[in-house]
Ligand binder design. Structure first.
Ligand SMILES: Cc1ncc(COP(=O)(O)O)c(C=O)c1O
Length: 365
């Protein structure tokens, strides 16, 4: 069987390697998460770190999201340029150059930022006050990830008090991301650990509220934990991101409710020997983080990467692959793979219907 007889017509119009987005699956994923969130208590503020794309962010807002999350000032600028009105940079923004850009952005959209350091809070406050803008600050609490964030007791209260008395800043609540638990299996263990670790966010909230300070938001959560964290009664915002496009990693750890909308299209450039096909997608086209991509051809399995080549082991039906055939692979990690491309090729019912810019691509400053 020749795989090319199975390939959809859009491949004739798209050169490779290329990022392909199945619009029907994307819309299904967005709707499914919106349906989940409509059950409360929290609202959705999807993380744009995966798609980095204004068009997708707008679809998420149209489906009810209250705003967008991102990691970098550059990503926030790209989203604001595209008209996204409410953005949380769920990260520490440090240094005068970045703070100046952050504050400038607050003139164009409702803007939030995570903080976990007294000196950083002072710098943000000075810059925001001097510019005459207001920035929402969320005190980041370390809920067990061991990355950024203050501890949930006295340190969280001290920083919340400082933010509260800082001109140009509004204390908006807590940033509490349980990133260390997104991939835990089995799911029962993930559930138990989320409930245990997210208690730290609740502790911080209660400690701050006991001091008479309102905690409007507790923002966190990812695709892997949304069915758990998303039902904690005191969570107010869910930052899930990958669910919209999905990737092989989240499917591997049980994200079966959401479909792989994202693939990389690659061309078979060599059939050097039986059992092996070589494609034009290597490390510069699909990132190897978390593991090998999934090849969407029966009988084909990813074998190895080099810079510009991907080796695909073929057997059975996949032996029919010929030089020039195009195949689709699902990246193991969507976020870092999308960051390699300028645009999504948007396909629907087998046809190319649009191209969308990965506007935040490479905006890592
Ligand atoms: C701060 C923050 N919030 C939320 C997420 C959740 O994203 P995802 O749903 O893609 O796991 C991430 C992922 O890295 C993150 O860093």
């Amino acid at each position: 069987m020749c795989a090319s007889s199975l390939t959809p017509p859009f491949v004739a119009e798209v050169d490779t390697p290329a990022l392909v987005l199945d619009k029907t699956k994307l819309l299904d994923n967005i709707r499914r998460m919106a349906d989940f969130v409509s059950g409360g208590p929290a609202k959705l503020r999807p993380h744009a770190k995966t798609h980095k794309c204004v068009e997708i962010a707008k679809l998420q807002l149209d489906a009810g999201a209250v705003g967008i999350t991102c990691a970098k000032v550059g990503e926030a600028e790209a989203l604001a340029d595209g008209g996204i009105p409410d953005i949380l940079v769920a990260n520490q923004i440090v240094g005068p150059l970045k703070i100046a850009r952050l504050v400038a952005l607050a003139r164009r959209c409702v803007l939030g930022v995570a903080v976990d350091d007294a000196q950083n809070v002072r710098r943000l406050s000075e810059a925001a006050a001097a510019a005459g803008v207001t920035v929402r600050a969320l005190v980041e609490v370390d809920v067990g990830m061991g990355r950024c964030g203050v501890q949930p007791g006295a340190p969280a209260l001290t920083l919340a008090r400082q933010v509260l008395s800082s001109p140009g800043l509004v204390f908006s609540g807590l940033q509490a991301y349980e990133g260390h638990l997104q991939n835990v299996t089995p799911f029962e263990e993930r559930t138990a650990r989320v409930i245990e670790d997210m208690r730290k966010a609740l502790t911080a909230k209660e400690r701050i509220e006991a001091a008479g300070i309102a905690v409007a938001e507790v923002s966190g959560c990812g695709t892997g934990t949304h069915t758990i964290t998303g039902r904690l009664p005191w969570m107010t915002e869910l930052q899930c991101g990958s669910y919209a496009t999905m990737d092989a990693q989240y499917r591997a750890v049980g994200g079966a409710d959401y479909e792989n909308a994202l693939t990389v299209l690659a061309t078979v450039i060599s059939r050097p020997r039986p059992g092996m096909a070589v494609v034009d997608a290597g490390l510069k086209a699909v990132t190897p983080e978390f593991g090998d991509p999934t090849v969407l051809v029966e009988g084909a399995a990813w074998h190895d990467f080099s810079e510009e080549h991907g080796e695909v082991a073929v057997s059975g039906p996949a032996e029919g692959l010929r030089v020039g055939d195009k195949i689709q692979v699902v990246p193991r990690h969507g976020c870092t793979t999308v960051n390699l491309y300028d645009r999504f090729h948007v396909v629907q019912d087998g046809a190319l219907v649009d191209t969308w810019r990965v506007a935040g691509r490479g905006r890592s400053q």
